[in-house]
Ligand binder design. Structure first.
Ligand SMILES: Cc1cc2nc3c(=O)[nH]c(=O)nc-3n(C[C@H](O)[C@H](O)[C@H](O)COP(=O)(O)OP(=O)(O)OC[C@H]3O[C@@H](n4cnc5c(N)ncnc54)[C@H](O)[C@@H]3O)c2cc1C
Length: 478
């Protein structure tokens, strides 16, 4: 018998937005890492906000649970329905139009299903720049980026997704449309509702549109790989480069040798631009919207490349850096980034790693790294610690990969390893989720670690926006 909710959607919108074909549904029912698998009655693919509003009105009347989904690149299972098969996935993928692009106002307004990379391409044609950048850029959507408050490769300079957003359009659980799609940079008219929805992971409302800030397109980029022996040297170098470049550091990533070995093993075609026997490599990028001409003979007129070279020279003299290579063209720059961007896939291919997404204040990060590594070694002394990531933001994917020779007890040890990392994190007052969100993966951990008063207010907010708990239930709030 046909479900009442779907019958009403068919009658009030159109049956063509309903997908029940198992083959088409399959990729929407499993997450990128393959850790979460779910079932759903159907997937709905509306094309405009009015349709989303009608869907939510019907869902609210019929007590139908809805799981919003964008590009399904999330890493915490937030967009995957549970196993019961009772939920409906609401995919925003077909809502992918650009509503308005104003180079003079430096804003772009889009439907939430727009793919991140498309926005990069559109604005760069006008010499503008939308800074959010992550390896999933070709599939993730602006709605998903906002719902997870995504971070990525250049938070250091531009901030997270929250800081890129000027206005939002949201559909609430009962179908009410909140049109806050303003393109005003300054608007102090009462409570800022939009910031409640950024990072709410589909639990408070459906993001259907967004107005985003644009910047001048960087015309000069200097990208460098450098070898360091100690994690703390990386943090010292970051501080120095921020000062010396006049805060023009856009990205500052760290990768240990263990990770590099895995990336090279899993992707043999990736080039090896620098030799690393022990320690870590830093991937540093400074950028400017000013066109830089290389003027090495004129040190008075420092340009970015000069600055980077002087920085490297001095750091080598002080034994903070043992080797470095600066990309001499765009192809080489891409080759450097390929190492970093293939890291998540490489570790996934190598084994079933323990993945985390933690943050610790920058001046305590090296201590945390040592402490957590020692604690993990007590449980599995031959596992491979791959703490890599956006070190400039105090954010590490402190991941642990099974020993190369294999470990018959790996499945049993994973829980204890995660526990050891989280206990270390608690000692350093860190966060269990720096940029990926909470989703299904971390809801229990959130409840354990969040200040109870804060969590109680979050529950009140959830109850007032979604009293019937039909939007992404059991994620963030339980
Ligand atoms: C290879 C790889 C690299 C990554 N690198 C980074 C990184 O560097 N930094 C980083 O922050 N993240 C990173 N991520 C994860 C990141 O969360 C996602 O890439 C992205 O932000 C999610 O967008 P999406 O459209 O795929 O959302 P989905 O995965 O579809 O959904 C994510 C969450 O948002 C909700 N949601 C989606 N769309 C909407 C909407 N319109 N309204 C309300 N709720 C919605 C879903 O219910 C779910 O809870 C990476 C992922 C991969 C696979």
């Amino acid at each position: 018998m046909e479900n009442e909710f779907l019958k009403k959607v068919k009658a009030r919108i159109d049956g063509s937005i309903i997908i029940t074909d198992e083959e088409i549904m399959a990729p929407h029912l499993i997450d990128w890492r393959g850790n979460f698998k779910g079932h759903a009655k159907a997937i709905l693919m509306p094309t405009n906000t009015k349709m989303v509003s009608t869907i939510m009105k019907i869902a609210n009347d019929e007590n139908q649970t809805i799981v919003p989904q964008g590009g399904n690149t999330g890493l915490v299972g937030g967009g995957i329905p549970n196993q019961t098969g009772e939920s409906i996935i609401l995919s925003l993928k077909k809502m992918n139009s650009i509503i308005e692009f104003s180079p003079v106002n430096r804003t772009i307004t889009v439907q939430s299903g727009c793919i991140l990379q498309r926005i990069h391409e559109v604005v760069e044609n006008e010499n503008l720049y939308f800074p959010l950048n992550l390896a999933a850029r070709g599939s993730c959507t602006i709605g998903g980026n906002l719902a997870t408050n995504a971070g990525g490769l250049n938070v250091l300079r531009y901030g997270t997704m929250r800081e890129q957003c000027i206005g939002l359009e949201i559909v609430l659980a009962d179908g009410t449309i909140i049109n806050e799609l303003t393109n005003l940079r300054k608007d102090n008219t009462g409570y800022d509702l939009k910031n409640l929805f950024v990072g709410s992971e589909g639990t408070l409302g459906i993001i259907t549109g967004a107005c985003l800030k644009l910047f001048s397109k960087p015309l000069t980029r200097v990208t460098t790989l450098a070898v360091i022996q100690k994690f703390e040297h990386g943090l010292k170098l970051l501080d120095r480069l921020q000062h010396q470049s006049g805060d023009q550091v856009e990205s500052f990533e760290i990768m240990p040798k263990t990770l590099l070995d895995i990336v090279y093993k899993q992707f043999p075609d990736i080039s090896h631009p620098i030799k690393l026997e022990t320690g870590f490599i830093l991937l540093m990028e400074v950028s400017s919207s000013k066109l830089d001409k290389f003027e090495s003979s004129n040190l008075e007129n420092y340009n970015l490349r000069n600055i980077m070279e002087i920085f490297l020279e001095n750091s080598m003299k002080e034994n903070l850096i043992s080797d470095a290579v600066v990309a001499s063209n765009e192809a080489q720059r891409k080759a450097f980034w390929a190492i970093r961007e293939n890291a998540p896939l490489a570790t996934r291919k190598e084994s079933w790693p323990v993945n985390t997404d933690i943050s610790v204040r920058r001046d305590k990060l090296a201590q945390f790294y040592r402490h957590a590594s020692n604690e993990v070694a007590k449980i599995s002394n031959n596992s491979r610690i791959c703490g890599y990531g956006h070190v400039g933001d105090g954010n590490l994917h402190f991941n642990v990969v099974e020993a190369e020779e294999g470990d018959p007890d790996w499945a049993d040890k994973r829980g204890a390893i995660l526990e050891a990392i989280y206990s270390s994190l608690a000692k350093f007052d860190g966060s269990i989720s720096a940029e990926h969100g909470i989703g299904q993966l971390k809801t229990d951990q959130l409840i354990k670690t969040k200040d109870p008063n804060h969590y109680r207010i979050m529950t009140l907010i959830k109850n007032s926006f979604d009293p019937k708990n039909i939007l992404n239930p059991d994620r963030i709030i339980k």
